[in-house]
Design a protein. Structure first.
Length: 397
C-alpha cells in the first residue's frame, strides 16, 4: 500500500540564546521539514496561524514588530494616520522641522544601557544628543538650574519620528495606513478587526492593541468574544478605562530672531503654572535655520483641558504671553507664525491594573504601551512592546 507523504511546512529554525526572539545576534537557518498531518489540522483550518494584527504604529507597536522580525510571524500593523510614531511626531513648516509630541529619548536609569545599544543598532547617522540642559521653574515662574545637566537627550536631525521609522524598517511587517479600527471579533479561534469603513482585516491568530488607554478601552468595548470569555473582557475594559491621562495642548511659536539662553528646555516641577514645558527647537541639529527661534510650548493639563477646543487665534496669544513672561522676553508675545497640536491622551499618570489585561492573553489578545507600565516616555512604550513581542515569540514559531 502506498503511503502519502507528510505535508511539508517551511519553518524558520532559530539558534538558542536569550536574544532568540528579539532578533539581536540571532543564528537562523531556513529549511523544509516534514510535519505530521495531525499537527497541521489547525494550520489548515484557518489562515490566521502565525499571523499577528497590531493596532497602532506608535513606538509600542514598532517595538512588538521589530522584536518579531527574526520569526516567521506574519505581522500586519493597522495605523489610522499617514505616518508612524504616534506621539513621537515630527512636522515640517517654513523651513523648520520640529517635534510637537515627545521631545527626545531620555532613558531612565534602568534602561540606559539597552536604549543606548538600541539607538546604535538603529543607525548613528543623523542621531544627535542635545547639549544644552533642562532647567526647572515653579508656579511663580522662578527658573532654577536642573539637577541633571549631563543627562542624555537623544534626537535625530530628521526628528523624533525617526525612532519608529528606523525600528519598523527592521521589522518584517506590513503597515496599512489610513485604517482606524472600530471593532474586533473572535470567531473559531481567529480574530477579525473591522475598520470605520466597515472593511474587515485578518484573520489574525493574535491581536495586540497599542493605542492610548482610552482608545484601547473603546476598542475593547466593541470587541466580541465567545460567551465564556465575556466576563474577563468586561473586567479588562473597566481596568483600561480607569487609567488616568493628562491632556496637553502644544503650541509651536516661531520668531525671526535668535534667543540666547543657557538652557534647552524648562519644565514646571510643581505642576501649578499654565506652562508645563517650553523648549528651544533650535538646540536640535538640523531643525531650525540659523538666526531663527522656534519654541515648543506644552501647556499644563489644566490649561489644556479648559482650552482644548478654543480656536488657535485666541488660544495661541495667551500661550505666547505666558511663555514670554516665563522666559523674560516681551518679543516672544508676538510670534510671526504658530502651529498647534492637541494631545487629548498625552501621558498616562498611572499603570493599568495588570491582572485583568493579562487574563486576555488566554484568548490571544494583548496590550502594549506606556500606559501598561505607567511611564509616559518614548523609550518606555517601545521597550514594553519589545518585551511583549519576546513573550509572543514561542507561540508564533
Amino acid at each position: 500500500m502506498e503511503v502519502s507523504p507528510w505535508p511539508q511546512k517551511r519553518l524558520l529554525v532559530l539558534g538558542s540564546g536569550s536574544d532568540v526572539c528579539s532578533g539581536r545576534q540571532v543564528a537562523a537557518r531556513e529549511g523544509v521539514f516534514p510535519v505530521p498531518t495531525l499537527l497541521l489540522l489547525k494550520m489548515s483550518d484557518t489562515d490566521a496561524i502565525g499571523s499577528i494584527g497590531i493596532v497602532g504604529a506608535g513606538l509600542a507597536g514598532a517595538g512588538v514588530a521589530r522584536s518579531l522580525a527574526a520569526t516567521d510571524a506574519d505581522v500586519t500593523i493597522l495605523e489610522k494616520s499617514r505616518g508612524v510614531g504616534g506621539r513621537a511626531a515630527t512636522r515640517r513648516k517654513h523651513g523648520c522641522r520640529y517635534d510637537h509630541g515627545a521631545n527626545y529619548v531620555n532613558p531612565s536609569e534602568g534602561d540606559a544601557s539597552r536604549t543606548a545599544a538600541l539607538l546604535s543598532e538603529l543607525g548613528s547617522d543623523g542621531l544627535v544628543n542635545i547639549d544644552e540642559p533642562v532647567w526647572t521653574f515653579d508656579r511663580t515662574g522662578t527658573v532654577s538650574e536642573g539637577d541633571r545637566p549631563d543627562a542624555d537627550k537623544w534626537n535625530w536631525t530628521k526628528g523624533m519620528t525617526q525612532f519608529a521609522k528606523r525600528a519598523l524598517d527592521e521589522a518584517a511587517a506590513t503597515i496599512e495606513h489610513g485604517v482606524r479600527a472600530a471593532s474586533i471579533e473572535r470567531r473559531e479561534g481567529a480574530w477579525t478587526i473591522t475598520d470605520t469603513e466597515e472593511e474587515p482585516h485578518g484573520p489574525f491568530e493574535t491581536v495586540v492593541l497599542t493605542p492610548p488607554a482610552p482608545q484601547t478601552a473603546a476598542l475593547l468595548a466593541e470587541t466580541t468574544v465567545d460567551g465564556e470569555h465575556t466576563a474577563r473582557l468586561e473586567s479588562a475594559t473597566r481596568a483600561v478605562q480607569a487609567v488616568p491621562y493628562r491632556t496637553i495642548r502644544t503650541f509651536v511659536l516661531h520668531y525671526p530672531f535668535e534667543l540666547d539662553r543657557p538652557y534647552y528646555g524648562l519644565v514646571n516641577v510643581d505642576h501649578q503654572h499654565p506652562v508645563g514645558w517650553v523648549s528651544r527647537e533650535e538646540c536640535k541639529d538640523g531643525h531650525v535655520p540659523d538666526g531663527e527661534c522656534l519654541l515648543i510650548a506644552q501647556m499644563s493639563p489644566e490649561w489644556s483641558t479648559e482650552r482644548y477646543d478654543e480656536p488657535m487665534d485666541i488660544a495661541a496669544p495667551d500661550a505666547a504671553g505666558h511663555v514670554a513672561e516665563l522666559i523674560g522676553d516681551d518679543r516672544l508675545t508676538d510670534p510671526d507664525w504658530v502651529d498647534d497640536q492637541g494631545w487629548r491622551y498625552a501621558l498616562p499618570d498611572a499603570a493599568v491594573d495588570a491582572e485583568p489585561i493579562e487574563a486576555l492573553e488566554a484568548i490571544d489578545l494583548y496590550a502594549a504601551g506606556d500606559w501598561v507600565v505607567g511611564e509616559g516616555r518614548a523609550h518606555a512604550a517601545f521597550w514594553n512592546g519589545v518585551e511583549l513581542g519576546e513573550r509572543l515569540c514561542p507561540s508564533v514559531q
